[in-house]
Design a protein around this ligand. Sequence first.
Ligand code: HEM
Length: 155
Amino acid sequence: MNFLQYLSFSTLACLFTLIFFGGYVSASGVGLSCPDWPLCPAGLVPMDEFLIEYIHRTLAATTGLLVIITMVFALKSKSSRRGMKLAAVIAAGLVLGQIALGGAVIVERLHALLVTIHFAIGMTLFSMLILVTVYAFQLPPPTARKEIPNSLEKT
Ligand code: HEM
């Protein structure tokens, strides 16, 4: 596996876990257990009273960072296809918008429309990252890439 494959798959796994926790936050009704934005009342310290929401936000920050790093490497990679670069850029835009929207969900006290858009953007982001990961797994292995110029020289 090459670096972009590891990176995109790890990002997808982190996002999946984040969405899982998001669903749990919503279903268990603890969305406002951490009523402040961007930090919880105890700052960076996790506490029992808002642990699930704290995990959701921490995973959101980690996923955001991973999505941006994935985009940078997808854009830098010479062998990545245009579709992969485009999906990675869209994912980066969506993740930033989604984190800001998460803040709005808190400030607006779980406004139904905002929570619905938050869910829809989460699904679109997940689709984009599946695309990036599938593209990454279609990249030729590093050895095959080195062999291409040699075989072309022979013809
Ligand atoms: C990439 C970032 C994020 C993703 C992909 C994401 C995804 C999700 C998902 C899928 C849900 C479940 C929605 C539902 O069942 O209707 C959810 C719920 C929630 N998210 Fe996020 N989220 C992200 C970031 C954030 C951030 C930064 C906050 C900010 C504080 C936040 C606050 C919430 C809250 C409060 C809920 C529960 C809403 C309710 O009670 O119905 N999210 N999230």
